[in-house]
Design a protein around this ligand. Structure first.
Ligand code: ADP
Ligand code: MG
Length: 644
């Protein structure tokens, strides 16, 4: 293991690392920093989240910045505004003693004029979200022609968020001889296309096993009935009195709901999702970072900006749609050499998802029983006793009251006294769990569960076995998903009731509109990539777009202020199928569309994605001239958000 000193880092940067208490480089820093400092080469660095990737590229960027020039020399692209801010702040911290080198974060949802005037003053390192940077490029407000390094941070996530086209546009405008550095926790297929297209002979550094969860995370799943998901969550929290955890939910609505319930039930919990203003989100994150909040209920996207090191658990209230997100979630615990636990609540019919994860992550997941009341009470009681034993007694303050207290308690013997003191704190649990039922699913011995049982008894089994079984599972998967729709139609997580609103937009191919650009624009403004899109037809002069009805109002708002060539974009309900709801929810369909099956299998957040592959001919041909006139999205909505 080397020291920072031995990596060739300049004195002024070393000083700031000392201030930050960075004693030694992390493995990815040790490998990547010397490469970036010495070589002018493209590089790919794959490492789990929390392994210190920001400094791995941030330090070399600072060190090679030319303070004598005001031109933008390095560009870091990040998927969300939170990450963008965090990365910019981190780099600024490493560069605290580096004189005359400026770092700026530019991201959507903040006033673009402020960002433009900051850029005008000359910034050597720009950290940006792809959406906002494109916007600035189209306005001619950012000059990336002298860039010598582009960093794609969390590249996998940027692609997942639908930024592919923005990335293409950005990379196409940077000088050909720049270095492209790609940092990612996972290596999905789409990333390989970017690498093939934009990188030349990249040096690759992989720390740990990519595509795998952190080594010291144990993965545990609990099987529950749909109606018991929340009570089971409470039990898991109760049986871990010192829990410090993020609870991941799939939608913002669910996130808020679970947080509200927990708060109502007396837990120290808060919600974090895209419906909150930036200021609210910052407040929530800061409280959680300082451990003033014990349980953070969050969506995947919102939690990405949060850098917290020592979570005891990550709880998957629902499984995410794909394994990449699961890797990101579980990577939030087990950091910095500590052990962590990733807990998953699943429904019986989701066994196959566990098998899929096992084979993708090459890890085995263990099934656990939902704790019973007695076990929880014992844990809580011992925690209480522990706290009591360790408490500092301030004798000076207490002593004066003691004679009266002693007098009042003198009839109680020791045992009685202990019981009563314990009860003061503990009755809440005793009451709640007095007649608490067993929440574990009674095993009906069907094929699937028997298989799960057998696996349970073979803890050392190889992930490859799980992979072999996947083929069998995939047959039954179709059946199970079909069933899920029918049987659980009352379940909030059922996909079958998704309603779509159809809009017509007076912008089409000739204006540079494309499905991915529209989706990325909408996602960035609404701030949640779980919005489902239906069919997106980009015609030459107009676009027909289907959006999940509950977001209809937001989408309308988002387009209020979008301009093409100084002409406002007009968005309107597309046909008479769409009716105005009581006003609160914008637009919705009278009835769900007859055929949803082609667009969405219920597991792909972007239903439009497949379709517009069919449109890609148009996208590929889009000329530069056309690129210069497409959508600008400085919507009122964004400004409003910021002013909250
Ligand atoms: P990643 O981008 O790989 O997810 P980050 O760069 O956000 O990880 O770093 C995770 C955390 O580790 C941050 O809090 C960061 O300040 C801290 N960190 C990074 N490098 C070091 C180091 N060498 N020593 C101690 N802490 C570090
Ligand atoms: Mg990072």
């Amino acid at each position: 293991m080397k020291t920072f000193n031995e990596l060739g880092i300049r004195e002024d940067i070393l000083r700031s690392l000392e201030d930050l208490d960075f004693v030694r480089p992390t493995p990815i820093q040790e490998r990547v920093i010397p490469i970036l400092l010495a070589d002018h080469a493209d590089a790919i660095a794959l490492a789990q989240s929390g392994t210190g990737k920001t400094a791995a590229f941030g330090i070399p960027l600072l060190q090679s910045a030319d303070a004598g020039s005001q031109q933008t020399q390095a560009l870091v692209l990040c998927p969300t505004r939170e990450l963008c801010l965090q990365v910019a702040n981190d780099i600024a911290a490493y560069g605290k003693y580096v004189e005359r080198v400026k770092v700026l974060a530019v991201y959507g949802g903040a006033n673009i004029e402020t960002q433009i005037s900051a850029l005008r003053k000359g910034v050597q390192i720009v950290v940006a979200t792809p959406g906002r940077l494109n916007d600035l490029m189209r306005r001619g407000r950012v000059d990336i022609s002298a860039i010598n390094t582009v960093v794609l941070d969390e590249a996998d996530e940027m692609l997942q968020m639908g930024f592919q086209e923005e990335l293409n546009a950005i990379l196409a405008e940077t000088p050909a001889d720049k270095n492209t550095l790609l940092f990612s926790a996972t290596m999905p297929h789409e990333l390989k296309a970017i690498i093939g297209r934009y990188m030349t002979d990249p040096v690759q550094v992989t720390i740990g096993r990519r595509n795998a969860g952190a080594e010291n995370v144990s993965h545990q799943y609990y099987v529950v009935q749909a109606k018991d998901r929340y009570p089971a969550l409470k039990r898991i929290v109760d049986v871990n009195p010192d829990i410090y955890s993020i609870i991941f939910c799939r939608t913002r609505q669910e996130t808020q709901e679970i947080a509200d319930k927990l708060i109502q039930d007396g837990y120290n919990a808060e919600a974090l999702h895209g419906d909150l203003s930036q200021v609210q989100r910052d407040t929530v994150m800061n409280k959680f970072r300082r451990r003033n909040t014990q349980l953070l209920v969050a969506t995947d996207v919102a939690a990405r900006g949060l850098d917290v090191d020592d979570l005891t658990h990550v709880i998957n209230y629902n499984l995410p749609d794909d394994s990449v997100n699961y890797t990101h979630r579980s990577g939030r615990t087990g950091r910095a050499g500590k052990t962590g636990i990733s807990i998953i609540l699943i429904h019986m019919r989701e066994y196959h998802r566990i098998r899929e994860l096992e084979s993708k992550l090459k890890k085995s997941f263990s099934k656990h029983a939902i704790p019973m009341g007695a076990e929880i009470c014992e844990k809580q009681l011992m925690k209480l006793i522990g706290t009591m034993k360790n408490i500092d007694v301030d004798n000076r303050q207490i002593d004066p009251f003691l004679p009266a207290v002693m007098e009042s308690l003198k009839k109680l013997d020791r045992e009685e006294l202990v019981k009563r003191f314990v009860s003061v704190e503990f009755n809440r649990f005793l009451d709640y769990y007095r007649n608490a039922p067993d929440l574990n699913v009674v095993e009906r011995k069907n094929r699937q569960e028997n298989r799960a049982d057998r696996e349970e008894k073979k803890p050392g089994r190889k992930a490859r076995d799980a992979y072999d079984r996947k083929k069998q599972d995939s047959e039954s998967k179709v059946v199970f998903e079909g069933k899920k729709r029918r049987d659980e139609s009352g379940d909030a997580y059922s996909e079958s009731s998704t309603a779509y609103s159809r809009f017509k937009i007076n912008a089409g191919k000739k204006d540079g509109a494309s499905p991915s650009r529209l989706m990325a624009e909408i996602n960035e403004i609404v701030g949640d990539r779980r919005i489902r899109f239906g069919k997106i037809d980009v015609l030459n002069n107009e676009t027909i777009l289907e959006v999940e009805s509950r977001f209809a109002k937001k989408v309308l708002e988002a387009f209020q202020d979008v301009m093409i060539d100084d002409e406002p974009v007009v968005i309107e309900p597309a046909n008479d199928e769409v009716i105005r709801d009581s006003g609160k929810r914008g637009f919705r369909r009278k009835k769900p569309p007859a055929d949803r099956s082609g667009g969405n299998d219920g597991r792909q957040p972007y239903m439009g994605r497949k379709r517009f592959d069919g449109n890609s001919a148009g996208r590929g041909k889009m000329s530069k001239a056309k690129r210069s006139k497409p959508m600008r999205g400085a919507s009122k909505n964004r400004r409003r958000k910021q002013s909250l």
